[in-house]
Design a binder for this molecule. Structure first.
Ligand SMILES: [Zn+2]
Length: 424
């Protein structure tokens, strides 16, 4: 059984602190919306009316409450698994099969991922067919939902199993500097996945085709040429197969780099707005944001893996959670379990970095176009089409937002315009 000691208390304290922080941020954001959400910011007067504003508030409340409930449910399930004595029982049962370290480790993780995967089913159904359906976003049929579920399960079993198997092989056979080999392995794996994503993984779920809108194509050719890139690296994706949400993204690594525009975005926006969004994605490309994020992650994972190597040898880790003897796969799972609440508190740092990149991409778009108006219009339409919260609580946005709030982005675009005009 679990041991009541300082390690367990520290872990529980952090674990509960995460849940409390999530609840507080959710409440703050919703009460801020109730206070401010009924007054429409001047800049959205043309694209959003009072009825749309009420819809935005209702959607924000529904989706953030859903997010909080599902997160707390996963955390509850996780605590039960960790503290109930199930883990040492499972470890013992698997050991008796005599599958060796790697086979046993894969089986241990497979069994542990089962409850979370089962819990995912009702939450995913509710999210797609109740919440997204209620606001007119869902276009996914039940058949597509089922196929997606199987494909993502198979993909994560394959990729996760492969990485875990190799990692365990290094822990067992890699000597005292296994963590260094593991760092090279994990780093190489991340770069490979980033490269393969647009070529193999994304096409498992969506169709990617050349842009159909002929008028738009010439604009794309001109803009890409201006940035020194090839127009065929811009493709459209059949996002409307699943949802009416509109978006665009930049993905890939090396030769596989490309910009993806959702067909829903192409449908809803004027050509000059689409080109402004494209210029923003070109900004991510030219500023090498994906590479910078990857390199930063590599630096952290080197320190992280060294720490894992030290912690794996710590007897208290196993004793605390009821294991009679250390086993590398048990150690890896327990370390991941202990560190995950800490990872949550690192979120503001990753969000801040992401927002910095978004501001850089907006500035790039502003200079490439080179007018503020098309991007401002695109952001207004994106807000209306996706029912984006126009007035998030500043603390909530600071903690979670990967993009600066829309009002901030629009005023930055406009201010950049007046700065440029003044200098001329
Ligand atoms: Zn962006």
């Amino acid at each position: 059984m679990v041991q009541l000691n300082y390690l367990l208390f520290t872990f529980l304290l952090l674990f509960i602190l995460r849940s409390i922080t999530q609840v507080i941020l959710n409440r703050l954001n919703i009460s801020h919306l109730r206070n401010q959400g009924h007054s429409l910011p001047e800049v959205f007067k043309d694209t959003i009316d009072q009825e749309k504003l009420r819809k935005i508030s209702a959607y924000t409340v529904d989706s953030s409450n859903f997010g909080l409930t599902s997160s707390l449910a996963y955390q509850g399930l996780f605590l039960v698994i960790l503290l109930s004595g199930f883990l040492p029982w499972l470890g013992k049962a698997i050991q008796q099969w005599g599958w060796g370290w790697i086979g046993s480790g894969l089986a241990f993780f497979a069994f542990l991922s089962l409850p979370a995967n089962l819990l995912h089913i009702p939450f995913s159904l509710y999210h797609n067919f109740v919440i997204e359906e209620r606001y007119g976003f869902n276009t996914k049929t039940f058949k597509v939902w089922i196929i997606d579920l199987w494909k993502s399960l198979a993909l994560s079993a394959l990729l996760g199993g492969l990485l875990l198997g190799l990692l365990l092989a290094l822990v067992v056979h890699g000597g005292s500097i296994w963590w260094l080999w593991a760092w090279i392995l994990v780093g190489g794996f991340e770069f490979l996945i980033m490269w393969l994503y647009p070529l193999i993984i994304a096409p498992l779920f969506n169709k990617f085709e050349p842009i159909e809108n002929k008028e738009l194509v010439q604009g794309i050719i001109n803009l890409m040429e201006k940035a020194g890139l090839k127009a065929k690296e811009v493709v459209q994706m059949d996002a409307s197969k699943r949802s009416k949400h509109t978006n665009a993204y930049f993905t890939g690594f090396g030769r596989s780099k490309r910009i993806v525009l959702f067909d829903t975005l192409l449908e809803s926006h004027a050509n000059e707005e689409i080109l402004a969004v494209l210029a923003h994605e070109i900004g991510h490309w030219k500023s090498k944001h994906i590479l910078k994020q990857l390199l930063l992650a590599e630096a952290f994972s080197l320190g992280g893996l060294y720490m894992v190597a030290k912690l794996l040898e710590w007897p208290l880790l196993y004793q605390t959670f009821g294991f009679a003897a250390p086993a590398p796969y048990v150690g890896l799972f327990l370390i991941w379990a202990l560190l995950s609440p800490l990872g949550y508190f690192a979120q503001p740092a990753t969000s801040a970095l992401s927002r910095k990149f978004e501001r850089e991409a907006d500035d790039f778009s502003r200079q490439l176009i080179p007018r503020a108006e098309p991007m401002v219009k695109a952001l207004q339409r994106l807000a209306a089409d996706n029912l984006a919260n126009l007035t998030p609580h500043p603390l909530y946005a600071w903690f979670y937002y990967s993009h600066p709030p829309l009002l901030e982005r629009i005023s930055r675009l406009k201010n950049t315009a007046s700065r440029l005009q003044k200098s001329v």
